[in-house]
Design a protein around this ligand. Structure first.
Ligand code: ADE
Length: 242
């Protein structure tokens, strides 16, 4: 997968060079490229924002630097080891609190794509005409990571890139762990324990020491169900995948 990140703060993405995502890049499973939006401006102040048409507070990001940056990234070939499909449309992701909710299902869908471009805004957002123009070149998705407002979309990008890329086959060492974690089956994950069985006056549930895999699995399922009903009744009311 090829990922292009366009921002006025490209250093924000340095954490994506660490740990599993850093290793996936070294192994050629993933190519993450960062671009400074200000490199696509033409005035001496390298300005990317302007007052909102119609008045109001704050500043709006001008569409032209974004259009030039998008044209640039779409024209760049990927490195040899990163799969690219000539037919598949790239997906442009615009993080915004006014977008559809980014869920595990969205992460799964996006992990199956070959080229993602992220356009995180600062200020009051990007001139809407950029989104309309870009939809001729890409599939555009406006995504929110939750019902709260961040100072800019960069931290939302880090969250989304991590959630998406860990689902690419080969990125996580133990892929079985993906199947059992929270949200993979519509439920929150059951509680987990390790040895020793006694720790500071607390004991792990006896069933986990029974060696009976069917009983352990049934216990975990009932714990996951109980936890989901108690903590996230909104998820419990939605149809579950199994
Ligand atoms: N930008 C600001 N707040 C955001 C949010 N909640 N999700 C995605 N992008 C954002």
């Amino acid at each position: 997968m090829k990922i292009d990140l366009i921002s006025i703060l490209p250093e924000f993405f340095d954490s994506l060079d660490l740990s599993l995502i850093g290793r996936a890049q070294q192994d050629g499973l993933l190519e993450i490229r960062r671009h400074n939006l200000r490199d696509f401006t033409s005035d001496k102040h390298r300005s990317v924002d302007s007052p909102p048409a119609g008045g109001g507070a704050g500043m709006v990001m001008k569409p032209e630097p974004w259009a030039l940056a998008l044209e640039y990234v779409l024209a760049q070939p990927g490195e040899n080891s990163v799969n690219q499909s000539a037919t598949e449309r790239p997906v442009l992701i615009i993080p915004t609190p006014s977008g559809e909710l980014f869920t595990q299902q969205a992460a799964q869908e996006l992990s199956e794509q070959t080229h993602l471009v992220f356009a995180p805004a600062r200020f009051e957002g990007i001139d809407e005409r950029f989104t309309d123009w870009a939809s001729d070149l890409c599939e555009v998705r406006r995504l929110s990571i939750g019902d709260y407002v961040l100072n800019g979309g960069e931290s939302a990008v880090v969250v989304m890139v991590e959630a998406i890329t860990r689902l690419i086959p080969g990125v996580i060492g133990n892929e079985a762990s993906l199947e059992e974690e929270s949200h993979s089956d519509g439920l929150l994950e059951y509680p987990v324990y390790t040895k020793p069985a006694h720790w500071r006056g607390q004991q792990i549930p006896d069933v986990l020491l029974s060696g009976n895999h069917a009983r352990i699995e049934a216990w975990r399922r009932s714990q996951a169900e109980e936890r989901t009903q108690r903590i996230r009744p909104d998820l419990w009311e939605r149809p579950q995948s199994c």
